[in-house]
Design a protein around this ligand. Structure first.
Ligand SMILES: NC(=O)c1ccc[n+]([C@@H]2O[C@H](COP(=O)([O-])OP(=O)(O)OC[C@H]3O[C@@H](n4cnc5c(N)ncnc54)[C@H](OP(=O)(O)O)[C@@H]3O)[C@@H](O)[C@H]2O)c1
Length: 267
């Protein structure tokens, strides 16, 4: 049997770039090379490349932007993954796709993989449609729900805090939304293990729960807590969208992962 051929879609994004390091021999397609909203292009590319595994890291991730650009959100996060799944099914490839804690409404304490999603913003609804379209179009998928990503190769909360901290005396950060920060490198390194598991939905995050304020306080020393009401955003955010992983080994605590991130960024 020949070597396993992997295709990474959305290879230019924050997670996509770290996935490329874990899968150096993969065929990589960035946004300019493949638009996942173009069904014909998706089918043609995947049928031509004939990968054994397709990892889709492409998405429209601007949560507030999704409220204004609803159609684009549903095309990229909903229908696009469905086209990729259709193409994977045609050639017998395994699809690895990323979804989000924002498919849940955040009214409960914790969510396991089998809990019923009920998103409260357009981003969450569009990502849930993506999960549904994948399950409709292929039987061989790993949908990995992740949360609060930080990685070297993208705009992320840690960098935003460092920037604001250098510009302001005090940085107000919401202390009533809770989640699990997750380092893109840790996530990328786990994908090979998940591929070996059975088809289905997985929750995968670094260990440990915190509020955005607690997360900020681990990065900067001038964060001050505030409520979501004091910091209105276009999209509603779930209050407590904590993903519980019941299917795989837990990953290290987010504080350990943050240390590794800081070391890497300061190199
Ligand atoms: N960031 C988080 O906190 C977070 C939390 C939970 C789940 N996730 C999920 O994790 C995955 C990776 O997120 P990320 O933070 O790495 O995202 P990201 O940095 O925004 O990267 C997404 C990539 O997708 C590309 N893209 C956008 N529209 C596309 C299209 N129509 N066709 C092809 N490519 C397209 C973007 O290209 P352009 O830049 O050129 O548009 C970008 O390179 C996504 O599925 C996201 O929903 C992220």
């Amino acid at each position: 049997m020949g070597a396993i051929k992997t295709l990474i879609i959305g290879s230019g994004g924050m997670l996509g770039t770290d996935l490329c390091k874990v899968f150096p021999d993969a065929v990589k397609l960035a946004h300019r090379e493949l638009d996942i909203t173009n069904r014909e292009q998706v089918l043609e590319s995947i049928q031509r490349i004939k990968p054994d595994i397709v990892i889709n890291a492409a998405a429209y991730t601007d949560v507030d932007g999704c409220e204004d650009n609803r159609d684009l959100a549903f095309q990229v996060n909903g229908y696009g993954p469905g086209y990729i799944a259709e193409a994977c099914s045609k050639i017998g490839a395994t699809l690895v796709h990323f979804s989000t804690d924002y498919v849940f409404d955040g009214s409960r304490n914790e969510y396991i993989e089998s809990d019923t999603p009920d998103p409260i913003n357009v981003y969450g609804k569009s990502k849930l449609l993506g999960e549904q379209k994948i399950a409709e179009n292929t039987a061989d998928y790993r949908i990995i729900r992740i949360s609060w990503l930080f990685g070297i190769h993208g705009r992320n909360f840690v960098e935003t805090m460092l920037k604001l901290s250098s510009q302001m005396d005090k940085v107000k950060v919401v202390n009533d939304q809770f989640g699990k920060p997750t380092y893109t490198v840790d996530l990328a390194n786990k994908i090979k293990d998940i591929i070996e598991l059975e088809t289905g939905i997985y929750h995968l995050t670094n260990d440990g729960v915190c509020s955005w304020y607690e997360f900020a306080s681990a990065v900067i020393d001038n964060a001050v807590p505030c409520t979501s009401e004091e910091f209105p955003r276009k999209a509603k955010r779930p209050k407590y969208s904590v993903l519980v992983n019941t299917k795989t080994e837990p990953m290290r605590h987010w504080k350990e992962a943050l240390k590794a991130y800081m070391k890497e960024r300061n190199k």
